[in-house]
Design a protein around this ligand. Structure first.
Ligand code: BG6
Length: 359
């Protein structure tokens, strides 16, 4: 481990501009999506994504891309639940099992369950070459993130998300759903990504300042809409996983249908608010929180005024589709600093285990 960085988790958070740049470079060189897989994509009509934990959040982000960029119907399944469902699949269905380790028992079982249900095409997306999952599928795709030592997934997760974006684009292209111009503009965005992630890491002091107050809170909400709802889920998951805080994620529009009853001046709400098509609706959602005296912590690249009861951290701009990645990076830092301030065992959270391959 780099001696100047106190924890693997921080080292792995800070490595993300580099790990993502490596993945983009390999993609440009044609190493990421094998031609044999690309050749099969034209006949795909539906996609099922299977995963656990953080990998499940990557699947939920990617769902929107497979729908919008590839024009296919999409299901996302939690591996541990999927095995108890009656599912049917044929060779127009693409099953994508996502797992950093490639060894998670539930995800292996879910994939086998899908295979027993028919003859789907199968892909494993993993950080571990040679892992069990890679031996069970037609094609495996690697995130190329290097060994991840901290139990909590950071650099492997953002690489999964980027790799799913690459795959959704390839599927959209193969199915004639995306124009060459769209593909080129998405490739451009991938090239920009590492630098925008690096800019996000520079927000560490502001995020640490948030953590000074937030790490003492027993309960927190994290909210977002559209692709940033799974981002909120990942942020809440990280706060539970490493900071041992009870954080819950909600789609911002659902708050008024129940959870708003819990909002008060002792329940901070962390808001993922990219300046996009959902931004105006998000601002309306915030009014209800303020009306209930909720303290609001906003991550946004929009020009949002810091009125009383709100604190805003200005996120970098420049990304559209890949914006979820930088909001995840910001929330990784928040959970990390909350965990540090609480004196937790950052790299080996209690009761959790991880399978890490040697590279
Ligand atoms: C859990 C870890 O046990 O497994 C999570 O605590 C992780 O951090 C999850 O996301 C899934 O792991 P994998 O290797 O299948 O992506």
């Amino acid at each position: 481990k780099n001696q100047s960085v106190p924890h693997f988790m921080l080292e792995e958070i800070e490595a993300q501009p580099e790990t993502l740049a490596i993945l983009v470079q390999k993609y440009k060189e044609g190493y990421v999506l094998p031609l044999a897989l690309r050749a099969k994509l034209a006949g795909i009509r539906s996609v099922t994504l299977l995963a656990c934990g953080s990998s499940y959040h990557a699947a939920l982000v990617a769902r929107y891309w497979f729908e919008t960029l590839a024009g296919v119907s999409v299901q996302v399944g939690l591996s541990s639940e999927y095995c108890d469902r009656d599912v049917r699949a044929d060779d127009h269905d693409l099953m994508i099992a996502i797992s950093q380790s490639g060894e998670t028992t539930d995800t292996i079982a879910a994939l086998k369950h899908a295979q027993a249900s028919g003859r789907p095409r199968t892909v494993a997306l993993t950080n571990s070459p040679g892992s069990t999952l890679t031996t069970l599928v037609d094609h495996h795709l690697l995130t190329h993130s290097g060994a991840e030592q901290s139990v909590s997934a950071t650099k492997s997760l953002t690489a999964q998300i980027l790799l799913l974006f690459m795959l959704a684009n390839a599927l959209g292209q193969a199915r004639g759903h995306l124009s060459a111009e769209q593909v080129a503009s998405h490739d451009e965005e991938m090239l920009l990504l590492p630098n925008v992630v690096a800019q996000t890491l520079l927000l560490n002091k502001e995020i640490r300042r948030w953590a000074n107050g937030l790490h003492r809170k027993n309960n927190l909400f994290v909210i977002g809409r559209h692709t940033h709802y799974p981002v909120a889920m990942e942020g809440a998951f990280k706060l539970r996983e490493v900071a041992y805080q009870h954080a819950e994620a909600f789609p911002a529009g659902e708050l008024k249908h129940g959870p708003i009853t819990l909002v008060n001046d002792d329940l901070p709400v962390i808001v993922c608010l990219p300046w996009n098509q959902q931004a105006q609706k998000m601002l309306d959602d915030l009014k209800a929180i303020r009306a209930n005296h909720g303290e609001i912590f906003i991550l946004s690249n929009g020009n949002i005024a810091s009125v009383e009861g709100t604190s805003v951290i200005r996120m970098p701009s420049g990304l559209t589709h890949l914006s979820p990645i930088i909001y995840i990076v910001a929330l990784q830092m928040l959970a990390y600093y909350c965990a540090v301030l609480s004196g937790n065992a950052i790299d080996t959270p209690r009761n959790l285990a991880k399978v890490t391959m040697d590279f």
